[in-house]
Design a protein around this ligand. Structure first.
Ligand code: TRH
Length: 353
């Protein structure tokens, strides 16, 4: 029987912070609300979803990891980031008359290897087939997750209404290895007032200590409490400039057309820098030469833990051009099928073949 709205089980093990859970939660919502699939999300830290989406109705389908061992597998099984579902669940998958379509949903990458591997089958010892699915920005990748809904007003963030028209609103969401203190010297001396919204965590502690707000020169620092994901997306979309970190906040800035500086998750042997430059190759391909050079220099410095004094005024000067370019690239992405659409097409073909 031809199936359009299969059941879907997603498995997620949290490695660090909110990125893994954030992507899985976004994906679960997209497939359930956007395509009517029946979704269960098995995660080793369910409380994390509570923070990302308090009171969301899909929350009922969020289960602790161990709950999967006793359940009948769904028609489609996604393991996020190669996390290996429980062995008893995999055995149950192999015992089904029609085995589930099994997907390894990988991390976003614009690297060539990801494009080459996207969609490839990987035969398993138990006879099952697992497929690689790589999110990305290229048409031949798995795409990025867009959201179905318009996000509600941010009435809980009063400081957003109080800012003057000439204030530059910046989000600071980065890893502690980024040279934030050096950047602060530039911000203090800025000719334009700056509101720096600092995401909760180590960097907020470093910059604000235990304070909620802090004024230093031209910069007002504001510590952000952890926001539900939809509010975080909305806030990011309203910023004039966003310092983002893992792949998920990068994707939000990209789709919202917000000028951004990406602080990539550091890996051994600096492989993250290859990933960063593969992304910049795509992002800057159609940018004016001077903007491309500056943007790459700033990314290189930010991700190497150095901030050449005076880089921020240069960035500010280039911001109108960067804003225009970011909007153009965001629009380009929005005009192509998103990850949900590409995933649905890929899986339904396998399921109905
Ligand atoms: O949390 P991250 O650093 O996640 C990282 C990356 O995914 C990285 O590649 C991976 O290897 C590592 O985890 C293990 O950053 P990222 O990807 O930007 O995800 C942050 C998520 O948290 C995103 O879904 C938005 C959400 N968020 C909120 O919902 N509210 C908040 O207040 C904040 C600060 C974040």
């Amino acid at each position: 029987m031809f199936c359009l709205q299969p059941s879907l089980d997603i498995f997620c093990r949290v490695i660090d912070n909110f990125g893994d859970g954030g992507v899985c939660w976004r994906f679960a919502q997209r497939m359930q609300e956007g395509f009517g699939w029946s979704v269960r999300l098995f995660i080793d830290q369910p409380s994390l979803i509570d923070a990302l989406a308090p009171q969301h109705k899909l929350y009922a389908q969020v289960r602790p990891w161990e709950a999967a061992t006793a359940l009948e597998p769904a028609q489609v099984v996604v393991e996020a980031f190669g996390c290996d579902p429980p062995s008893s669940y995999i055995a149950a998958m192999a015992n089904k008359n029609i085995p589930p379509v099994w997907i390894n949903l990988e991390y976003f990458s614009a690297e060539q290897f990801a494009l080459d591997c996207h969609g490839l089958p990987s035969p398993q010892r138990n006879g099952l087939m697992k497929y690689f699915f790589f999110p990305g920005v290229h048409p031949q990748s798995g795409g990025l997750l867009t959201s179905q809904k318009k996000i509600s007003a941010l009435s809980d963030l009063p400081f957003m209404q109080e800012i003057t028209a000439d204030t530059l609103v910046c989000l600071m969401f980065c890893y502690p290895y980024a040279p934030v203190e050096e950047l602060m010297e530039d911000l203090r001396a800025s000719l334009q007032p700056i509101l720096l919204l600092v995401a909760e965590g180590e960097v907020a502690n470093l910059l604000l200590g235990s304070k909620k707000t802090h004024q230093t020169g031209s910069a007002t620092l504001q510590r952000l409490d952890f926001l539900p994901q939809s509010s975080f997306d909305h806030l990011l979309a309203r910023c004039d400039l966003a310092f983002v970190r893992g792949e998920d906040s990068l994707a939000r800035a990209l789709l919202a057309g917000v000028p951004h500086i990406w602080n990539i998750y550091a890996q051994t042997q600096e492989t993250h820098l290859l990933k960063l430059h593969a992304f910049l190759d795509w992002f800057l391909k159609k940018a004016p030469d001077d903007l491309a050079v500056l943007n790459r220099q700033i990314h290189q410095a930010w991700n190497r833990g150095t901030w050449p004094k005076g880089s921020f005024p240069k960035l500010l000067e280039a911001l109108p051009a960067l804003g225009q370019h970011s909007k153009k690239m965001g629009l380009e992405l929005l005009q192509t099928p998103d990850l949900g659409e590409r995933f649905s097409e890929f899986v339904l073909k396998k399921l109905n073949s």
